[in-house]
Design a protein around this ligand. Structure first.
Ligand code: PAD
Ligand code: ZN
Ligand code: ZN
Length: 398
């Protein structure tokens, strides 16, 4: 009887029933990247039962974020392969491991790539949303390639497959640690609120929590993908009076304006560098600039388009394989500030359930960010749409 437990299980058709179940390996569909730079390969994987303080989740929907694309790039040196990527998912708890108290089968949940253990010095401080479980990672997206016991819960063709960011939502079933999971409202539509698992929360929080955009201020958001458009929503919610949306892809401008941008600019339309153009239009520079691309040159431009005295630049974009950029001490002495955000500054276990409720109460739109909803099997098409600049977010449903 050692492997049998009485528990509520969720069937593939999402019905719940109480059964004595043998905690067994589940065979399901997943998208594996076998080598850097290679497309996603749809495979049948074996997903082990959750161990102590772990939860096995049936993923219902997952967004596709640029960070997953960075992680497949050969220039991302810390990447481990074969891997199951995906970090913007929503699902239903299928089974729980020993010691789990906050969740039960059937709960609707969002996996969190930035955990909140609730006990470490970072979790206990209101100054950061970092958690010790991830604080020693070389890069924010290199950690949690395996579970805490140093093993994987995924096998395919006899090989161990790496996890990604502790979430691996490109698998129909995934296993996550209890502190990497937020419980959300049972009525939440999972094919929309999955965006609170990354893109929306990051951009919106970059404006509200990290930049701390003020009423009546001027803002510039560089990059109008899912993250940048969410930053525009954040600037608007914070009461900014003028919001520049900057992108080289002008097809992004209409939605940016709908969501709150007052001026949309393409750097390619001007002879002068975009930071000079913005400074001229704003009497010396904006109060807040937010970089949502992951391009070192644009990060520098974002800093330089802020006003001396108090201009704040927030970096959101992840630049992989890049050296960094030089900041002149004079910029800092003249009062410009530079900051960056990890998951929009939110402590996920506490905040994501509230963001979901705010969405359900109509405080902001996630629907506008979803350019396409596709079946999971079309994952490579979803990435092509992003690379071609044709989508802000594609949501894949299982
Ligand atoms: P995306 O690729 O959907 O959007 C990027 C946008 O930038 C596109 O609209 C591009 O056209 C535009 N763009 C590209 N180059 C330029 C340029 N030189 N000048 C102006 N515009 C340009 O990406 P996304 O919205 O999914 O993600 C944006 C970045 O944020 C990306 O680097 C991702 O890795 C990072 C990210 N960071 C966090 C975090 O916690 N810090 C979380 C989520 C995503
Ligand atoms: Zn992301
Ligand atoms: Zn912690």
């Amino acid at each position: 009887m050692a492997n049998f437990q009485k528990c509520t299980i969720v069937s593939p058709s999402n019905e719940t029933e109480v059964q004595w179940v043998l905690f067994q390996v589940i065979k399901c569909k997943a998208a594996i990247v076998w080598e850097a730079g290679k497309p996603f390969s749809l495979e049948e994987v074996e997903v082990s039962p959750p161990k102590e303080h772990e939860i096995r989740v049936k993923i219902i929907a997952t967004g596709v974020c640029r960070t997953d694309d960075h992680a497949t790039s050969p220039s991302f040196k810390e990447g481990l392969f074969p891997v199951i990527l995906g970090h913007e998912g929503a699902g239903i708890v299928e089974s729980i491991g020993p010691g789990v108290t906050r969740f039960k089968p059937g709960d609707k949940v969002i996996p969190l790539y930035l955990p909140q253990c609730g006990q470490c010095k970072f979790c206990l401080s209101p100054k950061t949303n970092l958690c010790e479980r991830i604080s020693k990672a070389k890069t924010p997206i290199s950690d949690q390639d395996l579970m805490l016991d140093g093993t994987s819960r995924f096998m395919c063709k006899g090989k161990q497959i790496y996890h990604f960011m502790g979430t691996s939502t490109f698998s129909e079933y995934t296993v996550v640690v209890e502190s990497s999971l937020a419980k959300i409202d049972p009525a939440a539509p999972l094919d929309k609120v999955c965006l609170t698992g990354c893109g929306f929360s990051t951009g919106y929080g970059a404006a509200i929590n990290t930049a701390k955009v003020e009423p009546g201020s001027t803002c510039a958001v560089f990059g109008l993908g899912g993250v940048g458009l969410s930053a525009i929503m954040g600037c608007k919610a914070a009461g900014a009076s003028r919001i520049f949306g900057i992108d080289i892809n002008k097809s992004k401008f209409a939605l940016a304006k709908e969501l709150g941008a007052t001026d949309c600019l393409s750097p390619e339309d001007f002879k002068n560098p975009i930071q000079e153009v913005i400074a001229e239009m704003t009497d010396g520079g904006v109060d807040f600039a937010i970089e949502c691309i992951g391009n070192i040159k644009v990060m520098k431009a974002a800093l330089c388009c802020t006003t001396v005295g108090w201009g704040t630049c927030v970096i959101v974009g992840v630049a992989v394989g890049e050296e960094g950029f030089v900041v002149s001490p004079l910029d800092l002495i003249m009062g410009r500030k530079i900051n960056a955000t990890f998951f929009g500054g939110w402590k996920g276990v506490d905040s994501v359930p509230n963001l979901v409720l705010d969405y359900m109460a109509g405080k902001f739109s996630l629907d506008a960010l979803v350019s396409y909803t596709l079946p999971f099997d079309k994952i490579n098409e979803a990435f092509d749409l992003m690379r071609q600049g044709k989508s802000n977010r594609t949501v894949l449903v299982y």
